[in-house]
Design a protein around this ligand. Structure first.
Ligand code: 26Q
Length: 814
């Protein structure tokens, strides 16, 4: 239908006319964007129907990825690339006098996630479709995504992210597929035909209405579904009559409370807060998702016992952990199975990924809160716990401590990670070191009790978004140098290693990087009004602001560099541009102060003429998928400096690597595997190891004040932090100072400072040799294929989900 540009032009012009009654000359940029997106949408829907039909026809097992977050990014360009229509579209539009790039700016960037976990879910969706796997997403259609960040007077300000205000062309509302979700009320047992039945009464019913977003495979005909649920009042969807009974106020109150459920994404990342609304959100989308899965399953199959053969359900962290008791409920109360059969099915259907070992991120719910909101679900959790504790007792008779540590319900709390481990057949960590820590420390008891259940699946990123889309110049160079197969087979990037000593390739690579840095410099000039030199080393830390990620370590080091430059303006250092971006949770004081510190330092350093432009500091506001797509391609150095053991994996580290940045980092998360792939000469590793960190936690022996007193350079910057040195009121950054010293530096910032400074000076030396640096950059790209989410998804598909590619027959061809 859109095979050539003439057809494309015609479809576009026709759409513009039929939708807006306008010709090109009348149409606004928004009109043109919407028309283009609509043309694409029409084209997608045929393949979508085909995919679903053929998945059903062939009786293929389906996988559903349940996640509270999907950090999607923009789709238009991605879809054009995956459908093989980008050039056709570009040419067609340009002949009509329209710039595709300009239209792309009109698309909202749906920020339905906080950070790594949400972006991982989005990368997985893309890879599933690319690999022709029948895998779908299930989540929430938040009216407001992650807040928009502005920097005002060096402080973070939060604005609502009203991403739906102009409509969203990629979603398909499916009111006929709505289901009901029930909250509160009470449970009555009733005997019927010699069977005890559970009757749920006096509950509050909420309508869950799906909005489906198509996920398009790369140059195949597979279109999978991301189903996002919207909460609506039953009156709106099912029963307008009850509205007319004079219960107007009650009805309005009910409406408002229902509307809240899918109103906003919680902006905390790696931090748990036991809010009732959060639990409502969790049960809302999990129940809706499971109901629609069971409904679809029953349309095709008679025997519910086949569920685990035809359906895999994956829970992204514990946020959808109520899937375990909810599936039990559906199987027993709705399908009439007994406990044992239901439990057997549930535990062969659900698998779980853990994304953190940070205790403050582990979810627990107070029994009373849980019971009131979800009375039937609580009964089931209670019974799961009883039976589990009995098993534990058999295995470890009399070992109360061990049993208490493993029980799902303990100390008045329901432990969602424990529920997830017990209720699933597979538990995986997201990088080798992380899985190791799970198996040997955090979940060691479970690992012994369930041998073989724990496994590793190192994270990945979709190289089609993060390389093909974000870095077209590098992609073109790769195509020219090693052919185009790497787009399907990312491991083929290894071919690039053969050119590691080819001066011409190194020179081309340098030129690509230089151009990307110029584009980034322009973005910086436009946004921050600061001129940066593309010849300086672009040193980048972009990620959520969190104490364990140690942005402060980076900032303290910059202060030290600045001090040394002030003492000696002729100090021989490679000019550097330090770039930061990232959001702080609105209530996270230390994180917000960290942003303020970065912005304050930027103002002081960027305006200091004495240091001759050797140092620039930037804080780019509103980090998002779209901003990442501009920054990763222009980075020389990737900062991955979390306290060892704290960063489960990291995925930004992979995006940098794939775009030819070299990593400075600790032996944490996937950095360990990056090092293994590129070799010691192509990465800068420093700092405490996770074993050393655990040793200090367990045995003591670390005193932050000792480090402080024995390192004059460090002491100086710490004193500056607590003074008015940065041109702020004395005491402005005292909280950061106190936080570091008075908590005995729980993330070992002071402890790792000198090792970090040394690693940074090694970077400085290495960067001077342009050829040697380009070679490091090349080796990073060449060895990044393993970090494609294609590899990750293949492993999940084969080892955990047992799903297989489906070749959808359709019009588009490879
Ligand atoms: C939980 C309860 C209440 C409110 C919020 C939350 C919550 C929300 C988001 C807890 C955790 C998160 C997000 C965690 C996250 O992004 N973890 C990251 O996951 C990545 C993908 O596996 C890893 O690469 C990162 O290392 C890990 O930090």
């Amino acid at each position: 239908m859109l095979r050539n540009k003439e057809a494309f032009k015609e479809a576009f012009v026709t759409k513009l006319q039929s939708m807006f009654g306008k010709s090109i000359s009348d149409a606004s940029v928004t009109d043109k964007y919407v028309a283009l997106a609509r043309v694409m949408r029409d084209n997608i829907s045929m393949d979508w129907v085909q995919s679903n039909d053929q998945y059903t026809e062939k009786e293929e097992k389906q996988m559903y990825y349940f996640s509270m977050e999907f950090l999607l990014g923009k789709f238009l360009d991605m879809y054009l690339i995956n459908m093989g229509l980008k050039e056709t579209c570009q040419e067609a539009l340009s002949e009509l006098g329209i710039s595709l790039e300009e239209l792309e700016k009109e698309e909202p960037d749906p920020g339905l996630g906080n950070g790594g976990l949400g972006r991982l879910a989005a990368c997985f969706m893309e890879s599933l479709a690319a690999l022709q796997l029948p895998g779908h997403g299930c989540g929430i259609r938040y009216k407001y995504g992650l807040f928009e960040q502005r920097i005002l007077d060096n402080n973070q300000a939060e604005l609502p992210d009203n991403w739906l205000k102009d409509g969203y062309v990629w979603e398909f509302r499916k009111p006929d597929k709505a289901v009901e979700v029930h909250f509160g009320g009470n449970i009555r047992m009733e005997e019927q035909d010699g069977r005890l039945n559970c009757i749920h009464e006096n509950y509050e019913a909420v309508a869950a209405v799906p909005y489906d977003v198509p996920i398009i495979g790369y140059r195949n005909n597979n279109v999978n579904t991301l189903r996002l649920w919207n909460a609506e009042s039953i009156n709106d969807t099912f029963d307008l009559a009850s509205f007319n009974r004079g219960e107007y106020l009650q009805a309005m109150e009910y409406r408002a409370s229902v509307g809240m459920i899918s109103k906003i994404l919680y902006p905390q990342d790696n931090f748990y807060e036991g809010r009732l609304l959060r639990l409502k959100q969790q049960y809302f989308f999990t129940s809706a998702g499971l109901q629609s899965i069971v409904r679809r399953f029953k349309k095709k199959y008679e025997d519910i016992r086949l569920l685990p053969d035809k359906v895999a359900i994956h829970i992204n962290d514990t946020h959808p952990a109520v899937a375990v008791p909810e599936l039990m409920r559906l199987l027993m109360d709705q399908e009439g199975l007994g406990w044992d059969a239901a439990w057997d099915i549930t535990r062969r259907t659900i698998s779980y990924t853990n994304h953190t070992i940070m205790p403050e991120a582990l979810e627990t719910w107070p029994i009373d809160m849980f019971k009131q909101l979800l009375p039937r679900i609580y009964m089931i959790v209670h019974e799961i716990n009883e039976q589990f504790c009995k098993e534990l007792w058999k295995q470890y008779p009399g070992n109360w401590d061990r049993i208490a540590n493993m029980a799902i319900i303990a100390d008045g709390l329901i432990h969602m990670a424990r529920l997830s481990v017990v209720g699933s057949y597979s538990v995986n960590g997201v990088a080798a070191i992380h899985t190791d820590i799970l198996k040997n420390h955090i979940m060691a008891d479970y690992n012994q009790f369930y041998p073989g259940k724990f496994n590793n699946k190192t994270n990945g990123i979709t190289h089609r978004r993060w390389l093909v889309k974000a870095n077209p110049k590098l992609s073109a160079l790769l195509n020219e140098t090693i052919g185009e197969t790497w787009v399907y087979n990312p491991m083929d990037l290894k071919e690039l290693s053969k050119h590691a000593d080819d001066k011409r390739v190194l020179e081309q690579l340098r030129r690509v990087k230089q151009n990307n840095k110029k584009a980034l410099a322009k973005y910086i000039k436009d946004q921050n009004g600061v001129t940066v030199d593309p010849n300086s080393l672009f040193d980048v830390q972009i990620k959520r602001i969190h104490s364990y990620k140690r942005q402060i370590l980076n900032l303290l080091h910059i202060m030290d560099l600045y001090n040394r430059l002030q003492e000696n303006p002729d100090l021989d250092i490679v000019p550097r541009t330090f770039i930061f971006a990232g959001k702080a949770a609105p209530g996270y004081y230390i994180a917000k102060q960290t942003i303020k510190l970065a912005c304050t330092m930027a103002a002081k350093i960027n305006n200091d003429k004495r240091i001759k432009d050797k140092l620039k500091v930037l804080f780019l506001e509103n980090y998002s998928v779209s901003l990442g797509e501009v920054v990763f391609p222009g980075a020389d150095l990737s900062e991955q400096i979390s306290t060892a053991s704290k960063e489960a994996s990291g995925t930004g580290n992979m995006k940098f690597m794939m775009n030819g940045a070299v990593t400075i980092g600790t032996m944490d998360g996937a950095n360990v595997e990056i090092r293994q792939e590129v070799g010691d000469e192509n990465i800068f590793i420093f700092g405490l190891t996770s074993d050393q960190v655990f040793d200090y936690y367990n045995r003591g022996g670390y005193n932050a004040w000792d480090v402080y007193n024995n390192d004059l350079r460090l002491k100086t910057v710490m004193e500056q932090l607590s003074s008015d040195y940065l041109g702020v009121d004395r005491g402005e950054f005292q909280p950061l100072y106190s936080y570091l010293l008075h908590n005995n530096d729980e993330f070992f910032v002071l402890k790792d400072f000198s090792a970090y400074a040394k690693a940074q000076s090694d970077v400085d030396l290495a960067y001077r040799d342009k050829d040697a640096w380009a070679k490091k950059s090349l080796q990073n790209i060449a060895n990044s294929g393993i970090f494609s989410s294609d590899r990750t998804i293949m492993e999940y598909a084969e080892d955990i989900w047992k799903i297989w590619p489906v070749n959808v027959l359709g019009k588009r061809k490879k």
